[in-house]
Design a protein around this ligand. Structure first.
Ligand SMILES: C[S@@+](CC[C@H](N)C(=O)[O-])C[C@H]1O[C@@H](n2cnc3c(N)ncnc32)[C@H](O)[C@@H]1O
Length: 242
C-alpha cells in the first residue's frame, strides 16, 4: 500500500512546483541548482542554465597536458560553471571568468563565493565584453587554456519554451548565423594563448566545420578538431596555439 507521507504544507509546495513546471518553468529554476560534473551551481532567473553537453568541453580541457599552475580563462561565463569546474579539478590553476551581463554577473559572483565556501580555489571575475581586447589585454600571451560557451544559436531558430521564456536571449542567440561572438573570440584566442595553449569553443550543431574554418583562416593554430556531443552532433571545436 502506498502511503502519502507528505504533510499538507509539503503537499501544497509540491503542487505549486508541479504547476510551475507545467507552465514550462525550467526544473533547475524550481530546484535552484544544477549539477555540473561533480559540483552544484546555483541558477535562477537572469542567467543561462548550464547544460550537460558543456561538461564534455570541460572534460576535454581537463584532459589536456597543461603545465603546473596553468592560467585558464572562461569566456561568456554565465553562472561560472566552466570556470568553477576547472578551479575545482585544478586547485593549482589561476582561473578567470569573463561575463558581460549584470544579472549573470550577480549569479557568477554568488557561485564563486559558494565554491570558496566549499574549499575550492577562488576564481577571478572580470566584468566586460569578451570581444573587446582591452577587457583581457593584461592576459595576452599568458593563457594556457581558453574555454568559451558563447551565445551561438542562429537568430530565428525555434527553441523550447524553457529556453525562449527563461534563458536570457543574449545568452542564447549569436546573431544571424550564430557566429557573431565566436568570430572575435577566435581572434582573441590567438592573442591570449601562449605557445602550446589550448582553446575550446562550444557551438551550434548547424555550424559543423564553420568554427574549425575560423581557426584555420585566423592562422597560428594547429590540432584543430571538431568534437561531437553525446548525440553525435558537432558541438565544440578545439585548437592549439603554435
Ligand atoms: C550560452 S551562455 C553560457 C554560460 C556558461 N558559460 C555555461 O556554459 O553555462 C552565454 C553567456 O555569455 C554571455 N555573453 C554574451 N555575449 C557576451 C560578450 N560579448 N561578452 C561577455 N559575455 C557575453 C551571456 O550573458 C551568457 O551568460
Amino acid at each position: 500500500m502506498l502511503i502519502d507521507s507528505f504533510s499538507a504544507p509539503q503537499r501544497a509546495v509540491f503542487d505549486e512546483l508541479i504547476a510551475e513546471r507545467a507552465k514550462r518553468v525550467p526544473l533547475q529554476h524550481l530546484i535552484g541548482t544544477v549539477a555540473f560534473g561533480p559540483i552544484d551551481i546555483a541558477v535562477g532567473p537572469g542567467v543561462f542554465v548550464p547544460r550537460p553537453e558543456t561538461e564534455l568541453l570541460v572534460a576535454w580541457a581537463l584532459d589536456r597536458p597543461l603545465p603546473p599552475s596553468p592560467v585558464a580563462v572562461d569566456f561568456c561565463s554565465g553562472t561560472g560553471a566552466i570556470a568553477l569546474a576547472v578551479a575545482h579539478a585544478r586547485p593549482d590553476a589561476r582561473v578567470y571568468a569573463v561575463e558581460l551581463d549584470p544579472d549573470a554577473l550577480a549569479w557568477l559572483r554568488r557561485n564563486a563565493s559558494l565554491r570558496i565556501g566549499a574549499g575550492d580555489t577562488p576564481i577571478e571575475v572580470i566584468a566586460g565584453d569578451v570581444t573587446d581586447p582591452a577587457v583581457t589585454a593584461a592576459l595576452d600571451g599568458r593563457v594556457d587554456l581558453l574555454l568559451c560557451n558563447p551565445p551561438y544559436v542562429p537568430e530565428g531558430t525555434p527553441v523550447p519554451a524553457e529556453v525562449a521564456d527563461h534563458d536570457p536571449a543574449d545568452a542564447v542567440f549569436g546573431g544571424p548565423d550564430g557566429l557573431t561572438v565566436i568570430r572575435p573570440v577566435v581572434v582573441r584566442a590567438a592573442a591570449l594563448l601562449g605557445t602550446g595553449g589550448w582553446v575550446g569553443i562550444e557551438h551550434d550543431e548547424a555550424h559543423g566545420h564553420a568554427v574549425a574554418d575560423l581557426f584555420a583562416d585566423a592562422g597560428g593554430f594547429t590540432e584543430i578538431e571538431v568534437h561531437p556531443d553525446l548525440a553525435g552532433r558537432p558541438r565544440f571545436t578545439t585548437a592549439r596555439r603554435v
